[in-house]
Write a protein that binds this ligand. Structure first.
Ligand SMILES: Cc1cc2nc3c(=O)[nH]c(=O)nc-3n(C[C@H](O)[C@H](O)[C@H](O)COP(=O)(O)OP(=O)(O)OC[C@H]3O[C@@H](n4cnc5c(N)ncnc54)[C@H](O)[C@@H]3O)c2cc1C
Length: 426
């Protein structure tokens, strides 16, 4: 079987390597495992998987097709369930440094901004779950994780390395890059997102489906904002067939705005499709003047739009030597802010299962069994929000009542989940 060092020799010069071999090993790592693992994709799920597996002593090579310096998306909401995993990986200080800690999120009616309810976030989150609720720029999250990966001798990160084929054999998997270079691994983790090549290999009939929603996103620099305090905390605005979320990132220096609207015309799924600010304004014409003012204040260079797809959950998440995690096997709509959270939870549970089981296939089966119910439930809740957030004016009073009555217990169940103990022998 080839080694990480072997791959280094095979890779072309343009391939950049960030995590280099033989730096000081993490003190948290247990004894080094003999398994040599490929992770395909350096999104939030792939990076989390590499860090969780490294902590268990596995040797990891991450293949990422991009150079990771381009557009990395805007904001991300991190609830206590993924934060307990991330903090346990030793990146709490850096995450807190970059993030914004909101006191609450208010839910408002679209037209007059009437307050429907307020959900407290901090310090209540810390008090109830032992971890805060953070709003962070996605690039900051990725960079903090990359910073940690650079310090790990067991992890190598190969950017500009698109995987075009994974060939599974009885005793190994051969990963082929677009450049033609090949490398062998004991097992392969597909963390390659919603259009996963690995998922295609495993289960070609399950394809991402257009959800009927388009998302606009943009950033507003604090310096563009007037004294109007509507942006001071996080808000979710609900209207017929549309909703809008804004919250602060980068220690509060930027307001991240996401507007989602139902549309069946445009279907391009891309993080890097620039959009016209005028189009964004038209979408939310007639909404509360304070919200429109926020949209008018956005930095035009930060406006993007993309069509939202979901991936119905794949029946079989693994073969004998390949396994999926994150959006590659269960991309959900961003109506519950839990897609990345699920990917991080997957990573923690998969690492537990691989460290507990000698047999790879048994470990994969345990992982899927442990995660399936949780993921189905979160998918269900997110789909339910998709209907309720965009309901008609007639149904809005009922929706508001149900939100006030049931969102608390549902969020409690969501945030209490203990991924880090799943799959471990008591
Ligand atoms: C508008 C919006 C808002 C959201 N907000 C939140 C939120 O607040 N909280 C939350 O938890 N979630 C949120 N999500 C969901 C979250 O962004 C995703 O669920 C999460 O990023 C999925 O991570 P992933 O690692 O599985 O996939 P991805 O982030 O898609 O990463 C896949 C990686 O694999 C690489 N790749 C793909 N193919 C190959 C290949 N063949 N070879 C090598 N590399 C490859 C890609 O370049 C990419 O880097 C939101 C989503 C959207 C659309």
């Amino acid at each position: 079987m080839g080694s990480v060092c072997g791959l280094k020799e095979e890779l072309p010069l343009e391939t950049r390597e960030i995590g280099i071999i033989n730096k000081k090993r993490s003190r948290e790592s247990v004894l080094e495992s003999s398994l040599n693992i490929a992770v395909i994709g350096a999104g939030i799920g792939g990076l989390a998987a590499a860090l969780c597996l490294e902590k268990k002593g596995f040797k990891i090579t991450i293949f990422e097709k991009s150079d990771l310096t381009g557009e990395l998306g805007a904001g991300i909401q991190l609830s206590p369930n993924p934060l307990k995993i991330l903090f346990n990986l030793g990146i709490e200080h850096s995450l807190r440094y970059h993030a914004f800690m909101p006191e609450f999120i208010s839910i408002r009616d679209w037209e007059k901004g009437r307050l429907i309810m307020e959900t407290p976030l901090n310090p209540e989150s810390q008090q109830s779950y032992g971890y805060p609720y953070l709003h962070i720029h996605r690039a900051d999250l990725i960079n903090v994780m990359l910073g940690s990966i650079r310090e790990k001798s067991l992890i190598s990160l190969r950017t500009m390395s698109e995987v075009v084929e994974v060939n599974e054999m009885a005793s190994k998997c051969i990963v082929t890059l677009k450049t033609g270079s090949k490398q062998s691994f004991d097992l392969v983790i597909g963390a390659d997102g919603i259009n996963s090549q690995v998922a295609f290999n495993l289960n070609s009939e399950v394809k991402p489906k257009y959800s009927g929603n388009v998302a606009w996103r943009a950033l507003v620099p604090r310096s563009n904002l007037s004294d109007d305090l509507i942006h001071e905390n996080a808000s979710l605005w609900l209207g017929p067939r549309k909703h809008f979320v804004h919250y602060k990132v980068r220690k509060g220096d930027l307001v991240n705005c996401i507007g989602i609207s139902e549309s069946y015309g445009w279907r391009k799924e891309s993080w890097i499709e620039r959009a016209d600010i005028e189009e964004f304004k038209v979408e939310f014409n007639g909404w509360d003047p304070r919200l429109r003012k926020l949209i008018e204040s956005v930095d035009q260079t930060t406006v993007y739009k993309w069509a939202l797809y979901r991936r119905p959950m794949i029946k079989k998440w693994h073969t004998d030597r390949q396994v999926l995690l994150g959006d590659s096997c269960h991309a959900i709509l961003p109506f519950l802010a839990q897609g990345a959270a699920l990917a991080i939870e997957d990573a923690a549970v998969l690492a537990n299962c691989l460290s507990e089981e000698q047999d790879i296939k048994n470990a994969f089966s345990s992982y899927q069994r442990l995660r399936e119910r949780r993921v189905s439930w979160v998918q269900f809740m997110s789909n339910a929000n998709a209907h309720s957030f965009h309901c008609s004016e007639q149904l809005a009073p009922l929706r508001n009542f149900l939100l006030k009555r049931f969102s608390g217990p549902a969020l409690d169940r969501l945030y209490r989940y203990e991924a880090m103990s799943q799959g471990l022998t008591p």
